[in-house]
Design a protein around this ligand. Sequence first.
Ligand code: PGA
Ligand code: ZN
Length: 431
Amino acid sequence: MNDRCIRSVRARRVWDSRGNPTVEAEVTLHDGSTGRAIVPAGASRGTREALDLRDATPRFGGLDVLRAVGHVNDEIARAVTGCPADDQAALDQRLIELDGTPAKTRLGANATLAVSMAAAHAAAASLAVPLYRYLGGPDATLLPMPQIQIFGGGAHAGRRVDIQDFMVVCPGARDFGQAIEWTAEVYRSAGALMQQRGSRFGVADEGGWWPDFATNEEALEALSAAIEGAGFVPGEQVAIALDVAASEFGRQGRYTLGLESRTLDSDGLIELLLRWLDKYPIVSIEDPLGEDDQQGFARFTQAVGHRLQVVGDDLLVSHAPLVREAAAIGAANAVLLKPNQRGTLTETLQAWQAAKSVGYAGIVSARSGETEDTTIVHLAIGWQVGQLKVGSFARGERMAKWNEALRIEERLGARARFAPASVFGRSRSIA
Ligand code: PGA
Ligand code: ZN
């Protein structure tokens, strides 16, 4: 038995940024190294995600996780004790087989992912290297382009507006630190603008300003004004990225914009988005159509995919087979990677490998219910994904991630690389 074999696994219930229960796991190796990780939770979830197991009791709105915690402390701990933590693929395979269901419905993806991530942390600690270095080796030097939310919306803001994320990216920034600085200016500028309008009412679930707007487009106007107000030319240094999260307001090709009291079919929604693309410097759109509207997704991608990043989140749920299916019909050209959509690091990595093999870009993403856990930052850099989305520029659970990436950028020093601006233009080879 090598020193990096798992000696013990322990889970506990901790709490996320919405005050909901979630699972933390701690893995200890024979050499005494430990690793710890906390699983996040989504609010606008794709129906094909692996199961976030919650207790069937009324406590905490039915969201308690004592069953998932129990599964880690009991079945999972027994099954993985003695396994080498530094063979992630074998460990994750054991978790997958132990659960035995396609969507982790028996043990819960929150139970399996907590252990999968904690084991990676323990192995990195045992080797005395940072997690990104453990995952990616000496080549793991690519800092991600951040997608940072300025206004929240959709399920993260009481559906005050229909579109979920109004974000900025900084294609003109020379490095990660500068992208963060520029975004800080835009975030402040947007806050001042909301103050002036008399509509600064705090922040939404991911820290973006509360979206007090009469139409969805008004939020885009405000975002452009905030970019200008911060002294940038929209579309040059700083551009716009959206997460429409259309599955949240549309089923079977019928999309109801509650804020605007109107219902559109797929082509109507596509037309609306194309109009916005003409008027605003948008370089990336996530889930423009619903998860059950693959054909609409494909039509949208065919129309604009050559000049725009079209991201599948609910459509692809970080699942390699769905990435390959989407590629076969030309739906999306980038995949959002959320480890808790699958329940192990290995399966999430497989989705990224599938994406690369079909020429798709990738974005590692947090969930709307987060914690101080910064594992995803290390995944983005370790796997050299090139983009990272963790919500806005406020709230500790968001800032913990941006600050961790800044530390890594500093540590890498002259070796640090930054995602090229053309990541959004589909002009560079991303294979
Ligand atoms: P969620 O939202 O974490 O609430 O699912 C994030 C997203 O849709 O990207
Ligand atoms: Zn999304």
